[in-house]
Design a protein around this ligand. Structure first.
Ligand SMILES: [Zn+2]
Length: 182
């Protein structure tokens, strides 16, 4: 048998072996992981369903939409959010097996003036003077269908910043500042 005829016999066999294995590898490299979040805002009643990151790339138009969506509820002022906060929300929802579930937003960005107004209301003793809401590095949320205490525990386990639990109002605060708890 010549080496040429041996190749003719082997080639289809090699092809059959490689093709099924090659398929999933190829599709994995073509489409990077999509990071999607779904929100309902309890002040504006607006919904947002958005892919904010693909693989390692944050999508600037999506981040701009999120900044606007999470604007100060009292003044309408917009501030650029730290995108790591969205990664935190993404990992938080998946850690409580609520991937793609709607996140109810209680509060996003706050101007210093709005923060002061909230602080001055006696009922809102949980509003800090140097709140990270004023740096667009914090968000107050609840996940409908998941007990808020369970979401708090999951956020604490992530150890990615501050976690506050507001039992009476049924929400948690998460931020991407130093790791702390209240
Ligand atoms: Zn907060």
């Amino acid at each position: 048998m010549t080496s040429g005829s041996l190749r003719t016999i082997l080639c289809p066999i090699v092809f059959l072996l490689v093709a099924p294995l090659g398929q999933p590898l190829r599709s994995a490299t073509i489409s990077p992981r999509e990071y999607r979040l779904r929100f309902f805002h309890t002040h504006s009643n607006e919904r947002l369903d958005i892919v904010y990151r693909r693989g390692e790339t944050y999508l600037p138009e999506s981040l701009a939409k999120l900044d606007r969506y999470l604007r100060d509820s009292w003044t309408g002022e917009v501030h650029h959010f730290d995108p790591h906060l969205f990664d935190l929300l993404y990992d938080l929802t998946s850690s409580v097996k609520d991937d793609g579930g709607e996140i109810h937003v209680v509060c996003g960005y706050r101007t210093p003036a709005s923060n002061e107004t909230l602080r001055s209301r006696s009922a809102n003793t949980g509003v800090a003077k140097n709140s990270l809401h004023m740096r667009a590095e914090a968000i107050d949320i609840r996940l409908p269908g998941v007990a808020t205490a369970k979401v708090r525990d999951a956020a604490l386990q992530l150890r990615r910043g501050g976690v506050g639990y507001y039992r009476a109002s049924n929400f948690i605060h998460v931020d991407v500042g130093p790791v702390r708890q209240w």
